[in-house]
Design a binder for this molecule. Structure first.
Ligand SMILES: Nc1ncnc2c1ncn2[C@@H]1O[C@H](COP(=O)(O)OP(=O)(O)OP(=O)(O)O)[C@@H](O)[C@H]1O
Ligand SMILES: [Mg+2]
Length: 500
């Protein structure tokens, strides 16, 4: 069967002969580097089972020792990558360097035709499935983000981490794994970074070798290149989940109990100021999103984020996003600027994606001056650390306030800290719901209301843990009652035999 037929394209009269005349399909023993203008295609790939060449198959978990077979597969894959880039170079030359291809059925048909011609020039003889795979790789190069496109397409993958050209990790179902996807070389990684940031007008170079960006679907991207990234250009992508997790999902996954969910809903509706605390990737934004969705429909909400991730179902929402500086260094709009601005927007609720610096003090002051019911996240590993982190971040505002005054601001502004944790086995759970009760001397008094008890590990390595109320009713219970929430005492663990 002809290649064109296999790919579903139709042959163009005279074109293939003309093309074949311009490039001699001789095979070089060692493929030249991608950067060079190649006139010869790379070394052909042996007739290997296509699964071995498939970039997409996910490799064994981290810690897997590569076998001889893996090494052969990696070699085959490298050749396939080289071949795909050789084909891409040719197709791009035929299209003109400035052509931006948008994925559509029509573009794909056009590429099928051009691919078929260039493939013939290559003079390689691949199996049918390999040719199809090569075409997918070429399409991903021309219309997507190269080798990582298939990881981005896969819904069960939540994070893609490119650590140089050959070590690409993924997070799938809460677990980190090394994938067998790879780039041809560092320049190939740079090419993909460039494709991500160019439409946004951002730049990255040796002088300023890092950049934050977003993919068209909203996924959050950070890229950092040499000299700062010592082992090669690095890309970190937090994939945008089209369907953000809902409270029912969190309960179903065992991230919180239905009682905790009910309690948190009451707290948000009753306008408590809530901080979600957690480590990187622990699920802070997801939980903030769930909590924000408890805000009643008739309240005006202003959201402030570095990179818009929140998805609120309410209608009356104003979304603000920070803005990086222009190329000349001017024009930066920080989270802090937005917090200050938001207070002039008659907000009934301010939701701040994450407090990272001086904006913390503005937020605390807003919470203490009538803007209650505000929600935010911050980076800390335990509720007590969250207090320390707020102190440090408030000092970053440069207001020269005594620590005791900052502490008092925290103690009177924040009502609740919800601690989110990613356990070693990948499970994400609410590990504490802690009330901020006030000050005793110089200390902020905290009282846990719910707590995660670690019980051990099952034979399959899954961490066994139970979320339990501590038996203490929060002091702010009257505020919940004033909003019509009469939570039964057993929610807080009272009267439950065997529970503290
Ligand atoms: N309770 C949960 N159970 C399972 N997966 C979760 C849970 N919470 C969040 N996730 C998933 O974990 C990933 C990280 O979540 P999220 O972005 O909310 O974390 P984060 O703490 O805000 O991260 P960062 O520190 O990078 O801002 C996402 O893919 C999300 O869907
Ligand atoms: Mg986040």
């Amino acid at each position: 069967m002809s290649l064109l037929k296999r790919l579903g394209g139709s042959p163009q009269p005279n074109e293939s002969t003309a093309a074949r005349q311009s490039v001699a399909p001789t095979l070089s023993p060692a493929p030249p580097p991608i950067a060079e203008e190649r006139t010869t295609p790379p070394t052909p790939i042996a007739a290997a089972p296509v699964e071995r060449l498939m970039n997409g198959g996910l490799a064994q978990a981290v810690g897997h020792t590569p076998s001889v077979e893996d090494a052969v597969a990696a070699d085959d894959m490298q050749r396939m990558l080289e071949l795909s880039l050789w084909v891409v170079d040719r197709i791009q030359a035929s299209l003109g360097p400035q052509t931006e291809l948008k994925r559509s059925a029509e573009t794909e048909r056009m590429l099928q035709e051009r691919f078929a011609r260039v493939y013939q020039q290559a003079g390689v003889n691949l199996q049918e499935a390999q040719v199809k795979h090569l075409f997918t790789m070429v399409c991903d190069e021309l219309m997507g983000f190269g080798p990582i496109q298939q990881l981005l397409n896969e819904d069960t993958i939540s994070e893609v981490m490119v650590n140089g050209p050959t070590r690409i990790y993924i997070e799938q179902k809460g677990k980190l794994r090394l994938s067998n996807v790879r780039f041809a070389n560092d320049e190939h990684v740079l090419k993909v970074i460039d494709r991500i940031i160019r439409p946004l007008g951002r730049r990255i170079d040796r002088k300023w070798p890092m950049v934050d960006a977003r993919l068209p679907d909203g996924s959050r991207v950070n890229a950092i290149i040499p000299p700062c990234a010592i082992d090669g250009s690095t890309i970190t992508i937090r994939k945008f989940s089209k369907n953000k997790l809902k409270i029912d999902d969190l309960i179903r996954f065992g991230s919180m109990t239905p009682e905790m969910g009910e309690f948190l809903r009451a707290c948000v509706i009753s306008r408590l100021n809530v901080v979600v605390s957690g480590g990187t990737g622990s699920g802070k934004t997801t939980l903030l999103n769930v909590l924000s969705n408890f805000i009643p429909e008739d309240e005006r909400i202003v959201t402030i984020e570095d990179s818009a991730e929140l998805q609120l179902a309410q209608d009356h929402v104003v979304r603000l996003e920070a803005k990086p500086a222009e190329v000349d260094g001017s024009g930066r709009v920080s989270i802090r600027d937005l917090v200050i601005n938001s207070l002039r927007m008659r907000p009934e609720r301010v939701v701040i994606g994450e407090c990272r610096g001086g904006e913390t003090l503005d937020m605390l002051q807003a919470m203490n001056t009538g803007h209650d019911g505000s929600l935010t996240t911050l980076h800390a590993n335990a509720p007590r650390d969250a207090i320390a982190r707020m102190e440090t971040m408030s000092m970053m505002a440069g207001m020269d306030m005594p620590l005791k005054v900052i502490r008092e601001q925290i103690a009177s502004a924040i009502d609740l800290i919800v601690q989110q944790t990613r356990l070693d086995d990948g499970q994400r759970k609410v590990s504490y719901i802690t009330e901020v009760q006030g000050m005793e001397g110089e200390t902020v008094v905290l009282q846990d209301i719910f707590k995660l008890e670690l019980l051990g590990k099952s034979p399959d390595g899954k961490i066994q843990a139970e979320l339990r109320p501590t038996g203490v009713r929060p002091r702010f219970t009257p505020r919940l009652e004033a909003h019509g929430f009469r939570l039964p005492p057993n929610i807080f663990g009272a009267q439950i035999p065997g529970r503290r």
